[in-house]
Design a protein around this ligand. Structure first.
Ligand SMILES: Cc1cc2nc3c(=O)[nH]c(=O)nc-3n(C[C@H](O)[C@H](O)[C@H](O)COP(=O)(O)OP(=O)(O)OC[C@H]3O[C@@H](n4cnc5c(N)ncnc54)[C@H](O)[C@@H]3O)c2cc1C
Length: 490
């Protein structure tokens, strides 16, 4: 490494990792393990199992390990390096977020994207970087997992959750083989689709899947060459999918947008602050509701760069105030009846987002009927009408734990933590997007640490009584008590 390279921040990954190791040493991290070991039916019980090793799952696992909760494992159905949307269905070129966000770095400067980038490419490259290329963000997450040596197993899908008394039994499909593990706490870091899945508009029900896809599907864009394509929606994913279809050679591209005007202002990002991060979850329900309801009504605009990536193609058309009434297959194409008239397409992409409704997911069937949602009596007169993604949202406790619809019907819910997008209405945006994921992981790990400590309080008290290592040897002072008594009686 040359001096010049050093002065420009290019210490290389090995140099950065050495700095990180030193910081962790100075901070005495990871903290020493402190949770007593548990067994169930002769099997070792995990303290925490995390489902999902995307950004939130990694941050949660890292924070737990740093807190001394080391008997933890994260499972992800995806292959290593393909977790989350970044190299699968994310079709933007770069992240929307500013490059400088601290993201999942958990308060450790050497763990930031900036440190990782600068160590390899230098300060000048950092200055020159506009937004973070999405594949590079995935590379950073892969490094994050490696450098912290996080206990992650890939190719493992959660398929079922069962109450096993003090512990939770999890059914897993591990590279196609069924197996069962036990855990004391379960964290669902299952991503943007959270507990639900893709939102499919009713007019697409029954339409042959050859003619349409959801924006999160694995779409064969090459097959769209020369085709008439329509994208439903006006969010970031709508633009990114439209641009990808155009770049793949679509003959024409129609953006079908129900709203009369494009949303243009990113409201919640605009007021982002530490106050929002730490204050939102403590607000009265009616205030939480007002923030989320207003933001949902205003909608988040697509990024400017994504919109320009579409509009620079002369055969891209934006149809506003264009609701869809029906979609019918006819002669190998789709007749689409819209509020702007009839249109014909070869393929539709529904960029219609994700739902919180968790009743259709196999892996949550064991808990779904018992989970209390915001529809279960949380709404008060000052909240306004229900929106489906809000009323379906789980009504969580302070540590992201689910609560029971009917007390006593599913006690394990208090040990299952919803650390994904569905937590937003209760907790604010701390378990999905990049800006506040460290604060979310911190809140989660503190809650789990406190719950584990309380559950084992008898063991900890017994340890207190049993602890007998003297700090004083007995030779540090001379006992003057008898002398004082004599002096006092004089
Ligand atoms: C296209 C796109 C672009 C985005 N861009 C930005 C951005 O620029 N800035 C920003 O702040 N946010 C952005 N977001 C939002 C957010 O940052 C991402 O959604 C991010 O991936 C959230 O991380 P996560 O860990 O919650 O979910 P994910 O990264 O989706 O990870 C969830 C993981 O859970 C696994 N999983 C789910 N169910 C199971 C199961 N049953 N068993 C085992 N594994 C399971 C999945 O395989 C997946 O890897 C974007 C989101 C999308 C979809």
């Amino acid at each position: 490494m040359t001096d010049v390279a050093h002065t420009h921040g290019m210490v290389g990954l090995a140099g950065l990792e050495a700095r990180l190791a030193q910081d962790l040493l100075y901070l005495e991290l990871p903290a020493k393990p402190w949770v007593p070991e548990k067994r169930h039916e002769g099997e070792r019980v995990r303290d925490v199992v995390v489902i999902g090793a995307g950004m939130c799952g990694l941050a949660a696992t890292a924070k737990l390990v740093l807190t001394g909760i080391t008997n933890v494992v994260a499972y992800d159905a995806a292959p290593e390096g393909s977790e989350g949307p970044w190299v699968t269905f994310a079709r933007m070129n770069t992240l929307r977020s500013p490059k400088s966000l601290a993201g999942p770095s958990l308060g450790l400067p050497q763990l930031t994207f900036r440190a990782w980038f600068t160590a390899q490419f230098g300060e000048q490259a950092w200055e020159d970087l506009d937004k973070i290329p999405k594949d590079m963000w995935m590379d950073y997450l892969v490094w994050y997992r490696r450098v912290l040596n996080l206990p992650v197993e890939n190719g493992v899908r959660l398929t079922g959750i069962h109450d096993a008394g003090d512990v939770i039994a999890l059914d897993l499909l591990d590279h196609g083989e069924a197996r069962r593990v036990f855990t004391r706490h379960l964290v669902l870091a299952t991503g943007r689709s959270g507990l639900g899945g893709a939102t499919i508009p009713p007019f697409l029900e029954g339409v042959d899947r050859r003619f349409w896809a959801h924006s999160a599907d694995d779409i064969d864009f090459k097959a769209l060459r020369g085709k008439r394509v329509a994208v439903i929606g006006a969010g970031a994913s709508a633009m990114d999918n439209a641009a990808t279809a155009l770049e793949a050679g679509a003959a024409s591209l129609a953006m079908l947008i129900r709203r009369k005007e494009m949303p243009r202002i990113n409201k919640m990002t605009g007021i982002g602050s530490q106050g929002v991060i730490h204050g939102m979850h403590r607000l009265p329900d009616a205030w939480k509701w007002r923030f989320v309801d207003y933001t949902a009504a205003q909608q988040t605009p697509p990024p400017r760069s994504s919109t320009l990536r579409v509009s620079r193609h002369p055969h891209a058309r934006f149809y506003l105030d264009c609701g869809i009434r029906s979609v019918v297959e006819r002669n190998g194409a789709l007749d689409v009846e819209t509020t702007q008239g009839k249109m014909e397409f070869d393929f539709l992409i529904a960029a219609t987002g994700f739902s919180n409704g968790f009743t259709n997911r196999e892996e949550f069937a064991g808990i779904a009927p018992f989970i209390r949602t915001w529809a279960d009596g949380r709404q008060t007169a000052d909240m306004g009408p229900m929106r489906s993604n809000m009323s379906d949202a789980p009504d969580l406790g302070p540590d992201f734990e689910f609560r029971e619809k009917v007390p006593g019907t599913c006690p394990m819910l208090s040990r299952i933590h919803c650390f994904n997008d569905a937590a937003m209405l209760t907790h604010g945006k701390v378990s999905g997007d990049i800006p506040a994921v460290s604060a979310g992981a911190d809140r989660l790990a503190r809650g789990i640490a406190a719950a584990l400590f309380a559950a084992d309080v008898e063991t900890h008290f017994a340890n207190l009584i049993a602890y007998d290592t003297p700090e004083l040897q007995g030779d540090e002072w001379v006992d003057s008590t008898p002398l004082l008594q004599v002096e006092g009686t004089r």
